[in-house]
Ligand binder design. Sequence first.
Ligand code: FAD
Length: 273
Amino acid sequence: MVPISFEFYPPKTPEQQSQLDRTVAKLRTRSPEYVSVTFGAGGSTLSHTPETIRQLRTGGLEAAPHLTCMGGSREEIRGLLKLYRALGAKRIVALRGDLPSGMVSAGEMRYADELVSFIREETGDHFHIEVAAYPEMHPQARDSQVDLRNFIGKVRAGANGAITQYFYNADAYFRFVEDVRAEGIDIPIVPGIMPIANFSQIRRFSELCGAEIPRWISQRMLAYADDAGSVRAFGAEVVAQLCRRLIEGGAPALHFYTLNLSKPTLNVLSRLQ
Ligand code: FAD
């Protein structure tokens, strides 16, 4: 088995906090290399992400904050970098983020490569910086070649590694890695894995982020309709099969988008033993 990491979002209510606590208690038994905590662009989870990082680190987990630049100022980002250093964080996931609806100003940095450069300027080599990669292309990119060039720009700005958007087509990942390697770039590119527990939710997410759900998977899921047990079992098997192919094909690690739930991720992991 390769190293694994888990992604959480910062809880905003006591109920969400209890749910995260339960999830962390179950998932930490799988010895993740690290866990990461998302950050709302424009500061919508500004105060929650550092607090969640603090809690997870106090609990003995290697916790990495996500940091977005869209909607934020250099001063705010500088403040967060200081805070995360003080909390002992050594790894950070640097992203552009998306402009929340209703927000008009993009902030002082337009793309993630500027954020990566800024983190390097401010903190030198302190942080191991991860950036996002899109094997099926970022939905706003003009074409896949332009997107690849922009990805390479983030690496040249100082990223140490990448985590991909989730996908259900292993060939898209292998082709992307090949294209990146052909440019002489050898940083680890870790597949982002989205377990399927609730199909309509995954379909909605996928429309927004441009991840393709293969037709054969959609058709099976639609046929299961309200049979939640079959959806879960089939979803876990499909995703476990994807993980097996990725590991066999050389993926260096797996990063699970947990949505703060333990079962869907554990159902996949238990099939990978
Ligand atoms: P960029 O790398 O800046 O790319 C965005 C778009 O701009 C692409 O189309 C790219 O081709 C283009 N581009 C890039 N650089 C340039 C340039 N120099 N000139 C012209 N065009 C350029 N969102 C959150 O809000 N919070 C999170 O915590 C979060 N975590 C994530 C974790 C992972 C692993 C992933 C894959 C995504 C995450 N996202 C998160 C979503 C992410 O913020 C969005 O996908 C966003 O639209 C793009 O972010 P990016 O860092 O990839 O942007």
